[in-house]
Design a protein around this ligand. Structure first.
Ligand SMILES: Cc1cc2nc3c(=O)[nH]c(=O)nc-3n(C[C@H](O)[C@H](O)[C@H](O)COP(=O)(O)OP(=O)(O)OC[C@H]3O[C@@H](n4cnc5c(N)ncnc54)[C@H](O)[C@@H]3O)c2cc1C
Length: 504
């Protein structure tokens, strides 16, 4: 029998992120995962968003993730549309997925292309270094019984009594059923086939351009191809294809009869699903267990990490005794709308897959390429989505004190920094070259010039970790997840109590 304050089911990106968030706060927890190792043959997510990179930086892991990435940002930041990978470029989207080879004022970190298993390997290592986390691989959750006082769970080899169960067990997991929740939504009309391959003859001089993703608009087969590393391993998504000879499909996408060795294939269909509830009594859903969206735009895993950080700091606060009862109730109202918005944005791209722009004359007719290039501007939201990735907010959250100012219109493409309560604290680089975010404390942080004494006293009374950062300007109260809880001139202790969940 294992007794633990928190059982985490599943060590994909969500479960690993929850374990890191809790482990950094010293909360004892047990992470259970059937996979003993991670393999790179089925890379799934390739895009780590700028926001996820910022959250990795918050854990001190951004540099490790970049060092592990087989493709440096400097290699390319562009998505290229082409007739074939070795054919003609049609158009390109530069600085796709928030990638910049250098600093940007509005970002503590820019985006990174990196296969999901490589990120998972870095996170697994980080988890193993956290003394309060017990990481059990080769075991799965078999059943879970939710209750007001805790959760009783059956694993393959043990029984667990836990204060809380965090369901990070993905789309096929069982925690959704355990709380009586169900996915609502629909599936994409077309099947897709992922192919991981090597093609030693696909040398740089044959490529139509240098890019991180090549969207191939072939009349016979269309899809996406991208380098996994600089050593000749590639991934492809053949769109609208359930099966078929993967070598022939790859050759068609490349536009050359090169030697191709297929390492793995994986058929899948896009799904747009949102769980109707994110929690039971003591069981919470995080990541794919709660929501699924098509991979277009690369949001699924990034949204999952956002969920994990949101729930993680709140659960740690409750277990450390300084988080009030309303804190955990705020998880679903804060995160479910973010998933809803992300699903809508990614689903909008389902009607704009390669076949929607395919033409037989793209290799031969420059005018056809120019026409296609014009039509392809409709896909901008898939590649330029900093507004979605950084601009989501919790303005309607019960934890956030409304200052009466209008909530900025949510431009999904472009990020417009705003200091309105609920928004991510606008980032800036400080004169010494450090990031403003690096100076935020582990709990709440009060920025500005105001009188901090009333909040400091209240924080001490409630045991809330509290940092004062005299930055000048108006006072801004920042949460552990870098979102703004309150701003104004005279800090009232009530705003801190509210932000920490101390209200009925
Ligand atoms: C082709 C493709 C491309 C994608 N591209 C992107 C992208 O570019 N960017 C992006 O952000 N997202 C992308 N995604 C989505 C991304 O892969 C998922 O959103 C992400 O893996 C979700 O993480 P998770 O931890 O919630 O779930 P998962 O990664 O599914 O992890 C769930 C974990 O739970 C474990 N598990 C299952 N059952 C049990 C059980 N009973 N007990 C214990 N453990 C269990 C599993 O072994 C697994 O490790 C893509 C997905 C696909 C299919």
């Amino acid at each position: 029998m294992i007794r633990t304050p928190v059982l985490i089911a599943g060590a994909g990106p969500s479960g690993l992120a929850v374990a890191i968030e809790l482990g950094r706060a010293g909360i004892p927890c047990c992470l259970v995962e059937p996979r003993t190792t991670v393999t790179t043959d089925r890379p799934r997510a390739k895009t780590t968003s700028a926001r996820t990179m910022e959250l990795l930086r918050r854990w001190g892991l951004a540099d490790q993730v970049r060092a592990a990435a087989p493709l440096p940002v400097s290699y390319s930041q562009d998505v290229v549309f082409c007739s074939r990978v070795t054919g003609h470029e049609i158009t390109r989207f530069s600085h796709a997925f928030g990638m910049y080879d250098g600093r940007r004022d509005e970002l503590a970190e820019c985006g990174q292309q990196i296969p999901q298993p490589v990120v998972e390997a870095v996170l697994r290592e980080a988890v193993r270094e956290l003394p309060s986390v017990t990481f059990l691989t080769g075991q799965r959750l078999l059943s879970a019984k939710d209750g007001t006082g805790g959760v009783r769970a059956e694993l393959s080899d043990d029984v667990v009594e836990a204060g809380y169960l965090i369901g990070c067990d993905g789309a096929a997991g069982l925690t959704r059923d355990a709380i009586g929740a169900r996915y609502e939504g629909s599936s994409g009309a077309l099947p897709n086939l992922n192919i991981t391959f090597t093609a030693p003859g696909l040398t740089e001089d044959l490529l139509c351009a240098r890019a991180i993703h090549y969207w191939v608009l072939g009349a016979d087969v269309g899809g996406i191809v991208g380098p996994m590393d600089l050593d000749g391993t590639w991934w492809a998504i053949a769109q609208g294809v359930r099966e078929g000879d993967p070598v022939a499909l790859v050759r068609a996408l490349l536009g050359r009869d090169l030697d191709v060795e297929v390492r793995a294939t994986d058929p899948w269909s896009a799904r747009m699903m949102l769980a109707d509830s994110y929690r039971g009594e003591r069981i919470f859903l995080v990541g794919d267990a709660a929501h699924l969206n098509p991979p277009w735009g690369g949001h699924g895993y990034n949204t999952s990490v956002g969920d994990a950080v949101n729930l993680g700091w709140k659960l740690a606060a409750v277990l450390q005794g300084w988080g009030g009862p309303a804190l955990l109730d705020s998880y679903e109202p804060e995160r479910r709308p973010v998933a809803e918005q992300t699903i809508a944005a990614a689903s909008a791209q389902e009607s704009r897959l390669a076949r929607a722009f395919a033409r037989a004359d793209l290799d031969t007719d420059p005018a056809a390429r120019a026409e296609a290039a014009k039509a392809l501007r409709a896909k901008e939201g898939e590649f330029h989505s900093l507004g979605l990735v950084l601009g989501y907010h919790y303005a309607a959250s019960p934890l956030v004190t409304d200052d009466g100012s209008p909530v900025p219109e949510h431009d999904l493409l472009r990020y417009h920094g705003s200091g309105r309560p609920g928004m991510r604290l606008p980032h800036r680089w400080l004169p010494d070259g450090s990031s403003l975010y690096d100076h935020l404390g582990p709990g709440f942080t009060l920025l500005g010039n105001g009188n901090s004494a009333p909040l400091e006293r209240e924080a001490a009374r409630l045991g809330i970790p509290f940092t004062v950062l005299p930055t000048g300007g108006e006072s801004v109260l920042v949460r552990p997840d870098q979102h703004i809880a309150w701003r104004g001139t005279t800090p009232d202790p009530a705003v801190l109590r509210r932000a920490a969940g101390h209200f009925a």
